[in-house]
Design a protein around this ligand. Structure first.
Ligand code: CS2
Length: 491
């Protein structure tokens, strides 16, 4: 089978949509850090849809770690298939917006050159929560983070996203070029402000004058990003390649739903993403909070409890007794009351839609995948909600169960005693803390001590600690499946 590429594009089946523009004419207006599956299903797809009217916004996609994406896509001229799946079937489209690919560790200078080029007007990021080198509980730069220490010592060959961005900003300033907009597309609270805070501090550590310039001039619009994108499997590669009649080494699987809400603050311009369905607003905060607390809070709860109950995917967990009722209650009874009104969003309808999306039987979204990096995700997904509920004197039973399930998972052994492949930047610390802790109370106490996750307030609040310990002891006694089944059939 031939490889998907510029030369095989014309021969694809008629049902496969493909770029409606001359790829040879694309310029690089966007440098994207973290060219993983999510970006390729989301921002790259929105951009692909508007390049016909403005070819200045081609994307240079950089990986900050591994060469996998570049190795798969470079022989395909950056082209890849996006397969949109649900119970009704699959639609495949070839996306062409990723015009160039780079692997930062192979040549950090080349990435810095691209970020410092005059044509580059946006630098966007999907580097996951841990890629910001911040402390999740406070949003501050973690100045002891090994990558931060490294990048301050070797600024011309950075490793971290903040290190690359600050060095590129320094070069632009030295060359008299205006700053690009830095666009965070990760699920962080106040993601633009969080990115800016990290960058201002990092820049100030390099040079106070640079810190002041970044503070005064850099724009970091906030965004709410939403699309469920499971990791691609071998079966996906084979199935999509068969549908294309050409081998695609790294197609992307996703759901029909997609949403992007963006603050319109791009001093050097931006693509007309609104023509592709994005929404520009003045304040993203209410959208972002609703999404983090209702969608992602439920997702993490489903991931830990689902994994412990033996479910491989979110859809499998949703089909088991009690899971749908649990997440509906979590969303409507505990998360929604903490949210300011969101323009155009009815919480009950939003919850229904989320439940339908989680139930999508065509997406094999592994509970293990979502369970990754819990220390980076819990604060904005469950702990902030718990904090607001407690301040209002309200109950946190379902939130506490989600948090307890993370603790049970963080022990590194499942309910049958088999090891869990625990992925988390604090995995060693989790192992150390959980090692000698027997029983719910000691285990919870050992983990409450992680102040970059829980802050200092929650562990000092008995209503919080008691609810979590009670949930954890029930979970350890009865197991996840029976605990969740008690939430009953969905209503
Ligand atoms: C998921 C998210 O992996 C995870 O932690 O909760 O990536 C989720 O699929 C997206 O935020 C949906 O927009």
């Amino acid at each position: 089978m031939d490889r998907l590429s510029r030369s095989t594009l014309d021969g694809l089946p008629a049902a496969v949509a493909r770029p409606a523009y001359d790829r040879a004419a694309l310029r690089t207006g966007i440098v994207h850090l973290g060219i993983g599956a999510f970006h390729r299903a989301h921002m790259a797809a929105y951009t692909d849809a508007v390049l016909a009217e403005d070819p200045r916004w081609g994307i240079l996609g950089a990986s900050l770690r591994s060469p996998g994406t570049r190795d798969a896509l470079a022989p395909q001229d950056g082209l890849y298939a996006l397969a949109v799946r649900d119970a009704a079937g699959e639609r495949v489209r070839v996306v062409g917006s990723v015009a160039r690919l780079l692997v930062a560790p192979e040549d950090p200078g080349a990435l810095l050159d691209a970020m410092s080029a005059q044509d580059t007007r946006i630098v966007s990021l999907t580097v996951t929560e841990k890629g910001y080198c911040h402390r999740p509980a406070t949003g501050e730069l973690d100045e002891e983070h090994p990558d931060v220490v490294h990048d301050l010592a070797r600024p011309e060959a950075p490793r971290s996203a903040p290190g690359f961005i600050v060095e590129a900003l320094r070069r632009r300033r030295a060359a008299g070029l205006p700053f690009f907009a830095a666009l965070c597309c990760d699920n962080l609270p106040h993601n633009g402000a969080t990115l800016k805070r990290v960058l201002v501090r990092f820049a100030a550590l390099r040079d106070p004058a640079l810190g002041r310039a970044v503070e005064a001039e850099l724009r970091c619009p906030s965004t709410m990003v939403d699309r469920i994108v499971p990791a691609t499997t071998e079966a996906d590669r084979d199935g999509v390649s068969a549908a294309l009649g050409a081998r695609d080494a790294w197609p992307i699987m996703t759901e029909p739903f997609t949403q992007w809400v963006i603050e319109d603050d791009f001093p050097l311009g931006r693509p007309a993403w609104d023509r592709a369905g994005a929404t520009f607003v003045r304040d993203v905060a209410p959208f972002e909070l609703a999404k983090l607390r209702m969608l992602n809070g439920s997702h993490s709860t489903l991931a830990y409890l689902g994994y412990l109950a033996g479910h491989e995917t979110v859809a499998d967990a949703m089909a088991a007794p009690g899971f749908a009722a649990l997440v509906r209650g979590l969303m409507l009874d505990e998360a929604a009351p903490t949210l300011p009104p969101v323009p155009g969003l009815d919480p009950a309808a939003y919850a229904d839609d989320l439940i339908r999306r989680f139930e999508n039987p065509a997406l094999r979204h592994r509970t293990w995948q979502i369970a990754m990096d819990g220390t980076q995700k819990l604060p904005q997904r469950l702990l902030g909600t718990a904090r607001d509920r407690l301040a209002a004197g309200a109950s946190i039973d379902r939130l506490a169960l989600g948090i307890a399930a993370w603790m049970r998972y963080a022990c590194g052994r499942d309910e049958r005693g088999a090891p869990i492949d625990l992925r988390d930047p604090l995995a060693d610390e989790l192992r150390r803390r959980t090692a000698g802790a027997a029983g719910a109370g000691p285990l919870a106490d050992a983990l409450f001590g992680l102040d970059t996750v829980f802050g200092r307030d929650l562990p000092a609040e008995p209503r919080f600690t008691q609810a979590v310990v009670a949930a954890l002891s029930g979970l350890m006694r009865d197991g996840a499946a029976a605990t969740v089944a008690r939430f009953g059939d969905r209503v």
